[in-house]
Design a binder for this molecule. Structure first.
Ligand code: MLT
Length: 404
Protein backbone atom coordinates (compact mmCIF):
# COMPACT_ATOMS: atom_id res chain seq x y z
CA UNK A 1 0.00 0.00 0.00
CA UNK A 2 1.42 3.38 -0.98
CA UNK A 3 1.88 5.74 1.93
CA UNK A 4 1.66 9.49 1.48
CA UNK A 5 3.81 12.22 3.00
CA UNK A 6 1.67 12.79 6.09
CA UNK A 7 3.24 16.16 6.73
CA UNK A 8 0.89 17.48 4.03
CA UNK A 9 -2.10 16.46 6.14
CA UNK A 10 -0.84 18.65 8.96
CA UNK A 11 -0.95 21.81 6.80
CA UNK A 12 -3.84 24.06 7.78
CA UNK A 13 -6.21 25.17 4.97
CA UNK A 14 -4.73 26.13 1.63
CA UNK A 15 -1.80 28.33 0.64
CA UNK A 16 -2.55 31.87 1.86
CA UNK A 17 -2.86 33.50 -1.56
CA UNK A 18 -4.98 30.65 -2.95
CA UNK A 19 -7.26 30.98 0.06
CA UNK A 20 -7.70 34.71 -0.53
CA UNK A 21 -8.24 34.20 -4.27
CA UNK A 22 -11.04 31.71 -3.51
CA UNK A 23 -12.75 34.09 -1.06
CA UNK A 24 -12.50 36.96 -3.55
CA UNK A 25 -13.81 34.81 -6.42
CA UNK A 26 -16.80 33.77 -4.29
CA UNK A 27 -17.51 37.38 -3.34
CA UNK A 28 -17.28 38.51 -6.99
CA UNK A 29 -19.64 35.75 -8.07
CA UNK A 30 -22.19 36.85 -5.49
CA UNK A 31 -21.66 40.56 -6.28
CA UNK A 32 -21.00 40.73 -10.02
CA UNK A 33 -21.67 44.48 -10.16
CA UNK A 34 -18.91 45.34 -7.65
CA UNK A 35 -15.66 46.54 -9.26
CA UNK A 36 -12.85 45.19 -7.11
CA UNK A 37 -9.37 46.68 -6.90
CA UNK A 38 -6.77 44.00 -6.21
CA UNK A 39 -3.99 44.93 -3.82
CA UNK A 40 -3.58 41.48 -2.31
CA UNK A 41 -0.99 39.22 -3.92
CA UNK A 42 2.14 41.02 -5.04
CA UNK A 43 1.63 40.59 -8.76
CA UNK A 44 2.90 43.27 -11.12
CA UNK A 45 0.77 45.17 -13.67
CA UNK A 46 3.35 47.07 -15.78
CA UNK A 47 4.37 45.28 -18.98
CA UNK A 48 7.85 43.92 -19.63
CA UNK A 49 10.33 46.64 -20.57
CA UNK A 50 10.76 47.23 -24.34
CA UNK A 51 14.46 46.29 -24.04
CA UNK A 52 13.39 42.92 -22.59
CA UNK A 53 10.76 42.13 -25.20
CA UNK A 54 13.10 43.17 -28.04
CA UNK A 55 15.76 40.77 -26.72
CA UNK A 56 13.19 38.00 -26.32
CA UNK A 57 11.86 38.48 -29.87
CA UNK A 58 15.39 38.25 -31.24
CA UNK A 59 15.95 35.08 -29.20
CA UNK A 60 12.71 33.58 -30.52
CA UNK A 61 13.96 34.16 -34.07
CA UNK A 62 17.24 32.45 -33.19
CA UNK A 63 15.31 29.47 -31.89
CA UNK A 64 13.33 29.34 -35.15
CA UNK A 65 16.41 29.01 -37.34
CA UNK A 66 18.44 25.79 -37.74
CA UNK A 67 21.76 27.70 -37.56
CA UNK A 68 21.02 29.38 -34.24
CA UNK A 69 18.63 26.93 -32.60
CA UNK A 70 19.57 25.73 -29.07
CA UNK A 71 18.39 22.69 -27.14
CA UNK A 72 19.13 22.11 -23.46
CA UNK A 73 21.03 25.02 -21.97
CA UNK A 74 23.69 24.83 -19.24
CA UNK A 75 22.14 23.53 -15.98
CA UNK A 76 22.81 26.68 -13.98
CA UNK A 77 22.30 29.34 -16.66
CA UNK A 78 24.08 30.71 -19.72
CA UNK A 79 27.36 32.50 -19.05
CA UNK A 80 26.05 35.68 -20.69
CA UNK A 81 23.44 36.07 -17.94
CA UNK A 82 25.51 34.76 -15.02
CA UNK A 83 28.28 37.20 -15.96
CA UNK A 84 25.82 40.10 -16.25
CA UNK A 85 24.45 39.27 -12.77
CA UNK A 86 27.91 38.96 -11.19
CA UNK A 87 29.00 42.25 -12.74
CA UNK A 88 25.89 44.39 -12.20
CA UNK A 89 24.25 43.03 -9.06
CA UNK A 90 27.46 42.29 -7.16
CA UNK A 91 30.77 43.68 -8.54
CA UNK A 92 29.12 47.09 -9.05
CA UNK A 93 28.40 47.10 -5.29
CA UNK A 94 31.92 46.00 -4.41
CA UNK A 95 30.91 42.36 -3.81
CA UNK A 96 32.97 39.58 -5.33
CA UNK A 97 30.69 36.80 -6.56
CA UNK A 98 31.95 34.32 -9.11
CA UNK A 99 29.59 33.06 -11.78
CA UNK A 100 30.07 29.53 -10.39
CA UNK A 101 28.31 30.76 -7.24
CA UNK A 102 25.14 31.80 -9.13
CA UNK A 103 22.34 29.38 -10.03
CA UNK A 104 19.55 30.51 -12.32
CA UNK A 105 16.03 29.24 -11.69
CA UNK A 106 12.36 29.78 -12.47
CA UNK A 107 11.65 31.71 -9.27
CA UNK A 108 12.76 32.75 -5.79
CA UNK A 109 9.65 31.02 -4.45
CA UNK A 110 10.83 27.69 -5.86
CA UNK A 111 14.38 28.24 -4.65
CA UNK A 112 13.34 29.27 -1.11
CA UNK A 113 11.26 26.10 -1.03
CA UNK A 114 13.64 23.68 -2.76
CA UNK A 115 16.73 24.73 -0.82
CA UNK A 116 15.43 22.51 1.99
CA UNK A 117 16.52 19.49 -0.10
CA UNK A 118 20.16 20.08 0.83
CA UNK A 119 19.53 20.29 4.58
CA UNK A 120 18.82 17.51 7.04
CA UNK A 121 15.23 17.22 8.20
CA UNK A 122 16.59 17.39 11.77
CA UNK A 123 17.66 21.03 11.48
CA UNK A 124 15.78 23.56 13.60
CA UNK A 125 14.34 26.44 11.59
CA UNK A 126 13.68 30.05 12.60
CA UNK A 127 11.37 32.35 10.70
CA UNK A 128 10.36 35.95 11.18
CA UNK A 129 6.79 36.45 12.30
CA UNK A 130 5.01 37.73 10.17
CA UNK A 131 6.60 35.82 7.31
CA UNK A 132 6.26 34.92 3.62
CA UNK A 133 4.28 31.66 4.05
CA UNK A 134 6.41 29.65 1.61
CA UNK A 135 9.26 29.32 4.15
CA UNK A 136 6.88 27.88 6.73
CA UNK A 137 4.73 25.64 4.54
CA UNK A 138 7.67 24.05 2.74
CA UNK A 139 9.44 23.23 6.00
CA UNK A 140 6.18 21.76 7.28
CA UNK A 141 5.95 19.60 4.14
CA UNK A 142 9.52 18.41 4.71
CA UNK A 143 8.79 17.48 8.32
CA UNK A 144 10.89 20.18 9.98
CA UNK A 145 8.01 22.16 11.50
CA UNK A 146 6.42 19.62 13.86
CA UNK A 147 2.67 19.83 14.36
CA UNK A 148 0.32 22.73 13.78
CA UNK A 149 -1.44 24.34 16.71
CA UNK A 150 -4.17 26.92 15.97
CA UNK A 151 -2.87 29.29 18.64
CA UNK A 152 0.87 28.63 18.77
CA UNK A 153 1.59 27.83 15.15
CA UNK A 154 4.09 25.06 14.27
CA UNK A 155 5.49 23.36 17.36
CA UNK A 156 9.04 22.93 16.09
CA UNK A 157 9.49 26.25 14.29
CA UNK A 158 11.19 29.12 16.07
CA UNK A 159 9.01 32.20 15.49
CA UNK A 160 10.88 35.49 15.76
CA UNK A 161 8.34 38.28 16.31
CA UNK A 162 8.83 41.36 14.14
CA UNK A 163 6.69 44.11 15.58
CA UNK A 164 6.39 47.87 15.48
CA UNK A 165 8.11 47.86 18.90
CA UNK A 166 11.30 46.19 17.62
CA UNK A 167 11.21 48.07 14.30
CA UNK A 168 10.36 44.78 12.54
CA UNK A 169 13.86 43.44 13.22
CA UNK A 170 13.76 40.19 15.20
CA UNK A 171 15.74 39.66 18.39
CA UNK A 172 18.28 36.82 18.38
CA UNK A 173 16.43 33.66 19.46
CA UNK A 174 17.12 32.12 22.88
CA UNK A 175 17.71 28.69 21.38
CA UNK A 176 20.04 28.83 18.40
CA UNK A 177 18.39 27.62 15.17
CA UNK A 178 20.33 25.78 12.46
CA UNK A 179 18.56 27.57 9.60
CA UNK A 180 17.42 31.20 9.75
CA UNK A 181 15.20 32.80 7.11
CA UNK A 182 15.55 36.57 6.74
CA UNK A 183 13.90 38.75 4.10
CA UNK A 184 14.86 42.42 3.59
CA UNK A 185 13.31 44.58 2.18
CA UNK A 186 10.70 42.59 4.02
CA UNK A 187 7.68 40.77 2.77
CA UNK A 188 5.11 41.41 4.24
CA UNK A 189 5.99 44.49 6.32
CA UNK A 190 7.81 46.43 3.60
CA UNK A 191 10.48 47.49 6.11
CA UNK A 192 14.27 47.27 5.76
CA UNK A 193 17.29 46.30 7.84
CA UNK A 194 20.48 48.33 8.19
CA UNK A 195 23.96 46.93 7.59
CA UNK A 196 24.57 47.00 11.34
CA UNK A 197 21.41 44.99 12.02
CA UNK A 198 22.34 42.38 9.41
CA UNK A 199 25.90 42.24 10.78
CA UNK A 200 24.48 41.07 14.11
CA UNK A 201 22.81 38.14 12.32
CA UNK A 202 25.87 37.27 10.27
CA UNK A 203 28.09 37.26 13.38
CA UNK A 204 25.52 35.12 15.20
CA UNK A 205 25.21 32.60 12.34
CA UNK A 206 28.98 32.34 11.95
CA UNK A 207 29.54 31.85 15.66
CA UNK A 208 26.89 29.12 15.87
CA UNK A 209 27.40 27.41 12.52
CA UNK A 210 23.88 28.31 11.38
CA UNK A 211 22.95 29.19 7.79
CA UNK A 212 21.02 32.35 6.89
CA UNK A 213 18.64 32.00 3.96
CA UNK A 214 18.38 35.60 2.80
CA UNK A 215 15.49 36.53 0.52
CA UNK A 216 16.38 39.70 -1.32
CA UNK A 217 13.61 39.58 -3.93
CA UNK A 218 12.66 43.22 -3.32
CA UNK A 219 16.11 44.85 -3.32
CA UNK A 220 15.38 46.80 -6.52
CA UNK A 221 12.89 48.91 -4.58
CA UNK A 222 15.50 50.29 -2.19
CA UNK A 223 15.58 54.04 -2.64
CA UNK A 224 17.20 55.06 0.65
CA UNK A 225 21.00 55.39 0.38
CA UNK A 226 22.94 53.00 2.62
CA UNK A 227 20.25 50.31 2.90
CA UNK A 228 21.95 47.01 1.98
CA UNK A 229 20.76 45.31 -1.23
CA UNK A 230 22.54 42.05 -0.52
CA UNK A 231 23.52 40.03 2.53
CA UNK A 232 26.96 39.78 0.89
CA UNK A 233 27.51 43.47 1.61
CA UNK A 234 27.98 42.26 5.20
CA UNK A 235 31.50 41.04 6.06
CA UNK A 236 31.53 37.31 6.83
CA UNK A 237 28.22 36.56 5.08
CA UNK A 238 29.97 34.47 2.43
CA UNK A 239 30.67 31.90 5.16
CA UNK A 240 27.11 31.65 6.48
CA UNK A 241 24.51 32.87 3.96
CA UNK A 242 22.63 31.95 0.82
CA UNK A 243 20.87 34.70 -1.13
CA UNK A 244 17.72 34.50 -3.26
CA UNK A 245 17.04 37.09 -5.96
CA UNK A 246 14.23 37.41 -8.47
CA UNK A 247 13.41 39.23 -11.69
CA UNK A 248 9.69 38.97 -10.87
CA UNK A 249 9.23 42.26 -9.10
CA UNK A 250 12.42 43.90 -10.38
CA UNK A 251 11.48 43.54 -14.04
CA UNK A 252 7.89 42.31 -14.23
CA UNK A 253 8.79 38.63 -14.65
CA UNK A 254 6.02 37.16 -12.46
CA UNK A 255 4.55 35.48 -15.54
CA UNK A 256 7.86 35.07 -17.40
CA UNK A 257 9.76 33.34 -14.55
CA UNK A 258 13.42 33.93 -13.87
CA UNK A 259 15.37 34.21 -10.63
CA UNK A 260 18.66 33.14 -9.14
CA UNK A 261 20.29 31.88 -5.97
CA UNK A 262 23.81 32.69 -4.81
CA UNK A 263 25.73 30.13 -2.75
CA UNK A 264 29.30 31.23 -2.08
CA UNK A 265 32.04 28.65 -2.39
CA UNK A 266 33.17 29.62 1.11
CA UNK A 267 29.94 28.32 2.66
CA UNK A 268 30.81 24.93 4.12
CA UNK A 269 28.86 22.79 6.60
CA UNK A 270 29.72 19.27 7.69
CA UNK A 271 32.92 19.58 5.65
CA UNK A 272 30.91 19.97 2.43
CA UNK A 273 30.42 23.01 0.18
CA UNK A 274 26.70 23.82 0.06
CA UNK A 275 27.32 25.14 -3.45
CA UNK A 276 28.19 21.58 -4.59
CA UNK A 277 25.07 20.13 -2.97
CA UNK A 278 22.81 22.68 -4.67
CA UNK A 279 24.62 22.17 -7.98
CA UNK A 280 23.94 18.43 -7.67
CA UNK A 281 20.32 19.04 -6.72
CA UNK A 282 19.66 21.47 -9.57
CA UNK A 283 21.34 19.39 -12.28
CA UNK A 284 19.24 16.40 -11.21
CA UNK A 285 15.88 18.07 -10.69
CA UNK A 286 15.90 21.15 -12.92
CA UNK A 287 16.57 21.67 -16.62
CA UNK A 288 17.20 25.38 -16.58
CA UNK A 289 15.42 28.55 -17.61
CA UNK A 290 14.49 28.92 -21.28
CA UNK A 291 17.01 30.59 -23.58
CA UNK A 292 14.43 33.20 -24.62
CA UNK A 293 13.77 34.15 -21.00
CA UNK A 294 17.49 34.35 -20.19
CA UNK A 295 18.07 36.70 -23.13
CA UNK A 296 15.18 38.84 -21.84
CA UNK A 297 16.72 38.91 -18.36
CA UNK A 298 20.13 39.80 -19.78
CA UNK A 299 18.58 42.88 -21.43
CA UNK A 300 17.73 44.29 -17.99
CA UNK A 301 21.45 44.91 -17.52
CA UNK A 302 21.90 47.01 -20.68
CA UNK A 303 21.86 50.82 -20.29
CA UNK A 304 18.45 51.01 -21.95
CA UNK A 305 17.12 48.09 -19.88
CA UNK A 306 18.34 49.66 -16.64
CA UNK A 307 16.66 52.95 -17.52
CA UNK A 308 13.35 51.26 -18.33
CA UNK A 309 13.41 49.13 -15.19
CA UNK A 310 14.14 52.19 -13.04
CA UNK A 311 11.10 53.94 -14.51
CA UNK A 312 8.84 51.00 -13.65
CA UNK A 313 10.17 50.77 -10.10
CA UNK A 314 9.66 54.53 -9.69
CA UNK A 315 6.05 54.09 -10.85
CA UNK A 316 5.37 51.46 -8.17
CA UNK A 317 7.18 53.45 -5.49
CA UNK A 318 4.96 56.44 -6.31
CA UNK A 319 1.94 54.16 -5.80
CA UNK A 320 3.45 53.11 -2.49
CA UNK A 321 3.76 56.76 -1.45
CA UNK A 322 0.12 57.42 -2.35
CA UNK A 323 -1.00 54.42 -0.30
CA UNK A 324 1.21 55.31 2.68
CA UNK A 325 0.19 58.93 2.80
CA UNK A 326 -3.47 58.27 2.00
CA UNK A 327 -3.91 55.64 4.69
CA UNK A 328 -2.04 57.74 7.25
CA UNK A 329 -4.36 60.65 6.42
CA UNK A 330 -7.32 58.31 6.95
CA UNK A 331 -5.99 57.68 10.46
CA UNK A 332 -4.20 54.34 10.03
CA UNK A 333 -0.73 53.63 11.36
CA UNK A 334 1.37 52.57 8.37
CA UNK A 335 4.82 51.03 7.92
CA UNK A 336 7.03 50.10 4.95
CA UNK A 337 6.41 51.23 1.38
CA UNK A 338 9.51 53.46 1.17
CA UNK A 339 12.08 50.88 0.01
CA UNK A 340 9.58 48.14 -0.80
CA UNK A 341 6.35 47.63 -2.74
CA UNK A 342 4.44 46.58 0.39
CA UNK A 343 2.62 48.73 2.94
CA UNK A 344 1.83 47.25 6.33
CA UNK A 345 -1.12 48.98 7.98
CA UNK A 346 -2.51 48.49 11.50
CA UNK A 347 -6.27 47.83 11.58
CA UNK A 348 -8.41 50.57 13.11
CA UNK A 349 -9.20 50.06 16.81
CA UNK A 350 -7.27 46.79 16.91
CA UNK A 351 -9.79 45.05 14.61
CA UNK A 352 -8.70 41.47 13.76
CA UNK A 353 -6.95 41.22 10.37
CA UNK A 354 -9.54 39.01 8.68
CA UNK A 355 -12.38 41.33 9.83
CA UNK A 356 -10.57 44.34 8.42
CA UNK A 357 -9.86 42.39 5.23
CA UNK A 358 -13.60 41.59 4.92
CA UNK A 359 -14.60 45.16 5.67
CA UNK A 360 -12.29 46.54 2.97
CA UNK A 361 -13.50 43.90 0.50
CA UNK A 362 -17.19 44.41 1.12
CA UNK A 363 -17.40 48.14 1.85
CA UNK A 364 -14.56 49.52 -0.28
CA UNK A 365 -14.18 46.78 -2.90
CA UNK A 366 -10.44 46.62 -2.20
CA UNK A 367 -8.63 43.29 -1.89
CA UNK A 368 -5.77 43.27 0.63
CA UNK A 369 -3.92 40.51 2.48
CA UNK A 370 -4.79 39.95 6.15
CA UNK A 371 -1.68 40.19 8.31
CA UNK A 372 -2.70 37.18 10.39
CA UNK A 373 -2.18 35.04 7.28
CA UNK A 374 1.55 35.77 7.58
CA UNK A 375 1.81 34.56 11.16
CA UNK A 376 0.63 35.28 14.72
CA UNK A 377 2.41 38.66 14.95
CA UNK A 378 0.66 39.78 11.78
CA UNK A 379 -2.65 39.82 13.63
CA UNK A 380 -4.15 43.32 13.68
CA UNK A 381 -2.53 44.33 10.37
CA UNK A 382 -3.23 44.16 6.66
CA UNK A 383 -0.78 44.28 3.77
CA UNK A 384 -1.37 46.31 0.58
CA UNK A 385 0.74 46.11 -2.55
CA UNK A 386 1.83 49.03 -4.70
CA UNK A 387 1.71 46.92 -7.87
CA UNK A 388 -1.67 48.13 -9.17
CA UNK A 389 -1.98 50.82 -11.81
CA UNK A 390 -1.63 54.42 -10.61
CA UNK A 391 -5.33 55.03 -11.33
CA UNK A 392 -6.52 51.97 -9.38
CA UNK A 393 -4.17 52.81 -6.50
CA UNK A 394 -5.54 56.36 -6.19
CA UNK A 395 -9.11 55.07 -6.34
CA UNK A 396 -8.46 52.36 -3.74
CA UNK A 397 -6.96 54.87 -1.31
CA UNK A 398 -9.92 57.18 -1.82
CA UNK A 399 -12.40 54.35 -1.30
CA UNK A 400 -10.65 53.19 1.89
CA UNK A 401 -10.51 56.78 3.19
CA UNK A 402 -14.23 57.19 2.62
CA UNK A 403 -15.22 54.20 4.79
CA UNK A 404 -12.88 54.76 7.74
C1 MLT B 1 3.38 38.04 -2.30
O1 MLT B 1 2.34 38.61 -2.57
O2 MLT B 1 3.80 37.92 -1.14
C2 MLT B 1 4.19 37.52 -3.43
O3 MLT B 1 3.66 37.90 -4.64
C3 MLT B 1 4.23 36.09 -3.42
C4 MLT B 1 5.30 35.57 -4.30
O4 MLT B 1 6.15 36.29 -4.81
O5 MLT B 1 5.31 34.35 -4.45
Amino acid sequence: MTRINENFIKLPGSYLFSDIAKRVAKYSEENPDKKLIKMGIGDVTRPLAPAVTAAMKKAVDEMGSAETFRGYGPDYGYDFLLEAIAENDYAARGIKIDKSEIFLSDGAKSDCANIGDIFSVDNSVAVCDPVYPVYVDTNAMAGRAGDYDEKLGWTKLVYMPCTAENGFIPALPEKTPDIIYLCYPNNPTGTTATKGQLQVWVDYAKKNGSVILFDSAYEAFISTPGVPHSIFEIPGAEECAIEFRSFSKTAGFTGTRCAYTVIPNALVRGGVKLNSLWARRQSTKFNGVSYVTQRGAEAIYTDQGKKEIRETIAYYLENARIIREGLAKAGLKVYGGVDAPYIWAASPKGMPSWDFFDMLLKKAGVVTTPGAGFGPSGEGYIRLTAFSTAEATAEAVERIGSIL
